[in-house]
Write a protein that binds this ligand. Structure first.
Ligand code: ATP
Ligand code: MG
Length: 298
């Protein structure tokens, strides 16, 4: 059953800006990645889901409720992390967190404290004096502290250092395991690769592709680089993997195989004398970069 349903959502900001006929549905417990270049329409779409904008045409619903009309009812079940967080200037992080918790009717702040420890932040200082990363951590705490059933995360790890980015992915994985539905916009391929089940690509306000991330992970070829100690082994491999790339002088070989041929490759390599073997990491990045460039509009 779908939690989020966008049906031909349209908001025309004029001059070709906005979102046009965006249709997406996200199932319960699914993590949906929303990718696209700057200005593509990701944040605009998410703001519609939060009920901040009224659609010009089409609709945005969550659990069958209209995001614009029923926003009050919906907001308690959502954890939203905006792309650009606007904090009050004259409050400490802690007081602001307490204020939002009170507005949500939260009595138990033990999970909030756990998140502070997890992200190694003491939000006692004034929000306006905080670094970008610290503010982002406060934003993350606000989005996650009530353990919402739906997370709308707009570039959640922007501004976090690499260690914190990796911790944030860990947190998302935990929520995903617990069955939380997640819509995540991101420019970070690793984050998307590790968490998303499906990925939608938006460009110039229009959805241009939807991809099953799990299928994509398994359909891609894996490439291994190795060095044979003996030329005879290189020749043997060549018979079995005629498309492999090799250098006869260095005896360095690169073999690309689909998952379905992995066992065959291991069997073939087990009778060779190798100096080393390593897998070349392919990332979703290579696949997605084609959509980011100026030309590709399909
Ligand atoms: N309130 C607004 N009024 C007019 N134009 C707007 C408004 N909000 C967004 N836009 C325009 O709509 C387009 C989509 O913007 P949006 O912020 O949704 O992009 P995005 O995909 O989130 O980009 P980024 O990756 O840079 O965050 C942009 O061209 C932007 O300038
Ligand atoms: Mg944005």
């Amino acid at each position: 059953m779908s939690v989020i349903v966008l049906d031909k959502l349209t908001k025309d900001f004029k001059n070709g800006r906005g979102v046009f006929d965006v249709s997406i549905s996200v199932k319960r417990g699914e993590c949906y990645g929303f990718l696209g270049p700057n200005g593509a329409g990701k944040s605009t779409t998410m703001r519609h889901l939060m009920g901040f904008y009224q659609p010009q045409s089409g609709s945005a619903t969550i659990d069958g409720l209209n995001c614009w009309r029923d926003q009050k009812q919906l907001q308690s079940k959502i954890g939203y992390l905006p792309g650009e967080i606007a904090f009050p200037v004259d409050m400490t992080g802690k007081n602001y967190i307490r204020m939002i918790a009170k507005m949500r009717g939260m009595k138990d702040l033990s999970y909030e404290k756990e998140l502070e420890d997890f992200f190694e932040i003491n939000p006692a200082s004034e929000l306006r004096r905080m670094s970008k990363g610290m503010k982002q951590k406060v934003g993350i705490i606000l989005a996650f502290m009530h353990k919402p059933e739906l997370l709308l995360l707009d570039e959640p790890s922007s501004g976090l250092d690499p260690l914190m980015q990796s911790k944030f992915i860990e947190l998302m994985e935990r929520f995903k395991k617990a069955g939380t539905t997640i819509l995540l916009s991101s420019h970070m391929f690793e984050e998307v690769e590790r968490t998303c089940d499906r990925i939608g690509i938006i460009k110039n306000g229009r959805m241009i592709q939807e991809i099953n991330a799990t299928e994509l992970r398994h359909s891609r070829l894996k490439t291994f680089e190795l060095e044979c100690e003996e030329e005879a082994d290189l020749n043997k491999l060549l018979v079995q993997f005629p498309k492999m790339l090799y250098d006869r002088q260095t005896r360095i070989v690169r073999i690309s195989v689909p998952d379905s041929r992995i066992n065959e490759l291991i069997a073939a390599l087990s009778v060779c004398r190798l100096r080393y073997l390593k897998e070349e990491k392919h990332t979703l990045e290579e696949y997605f970069m084609q959509f980011y460039g100026g030309k590709s509009n399909v």
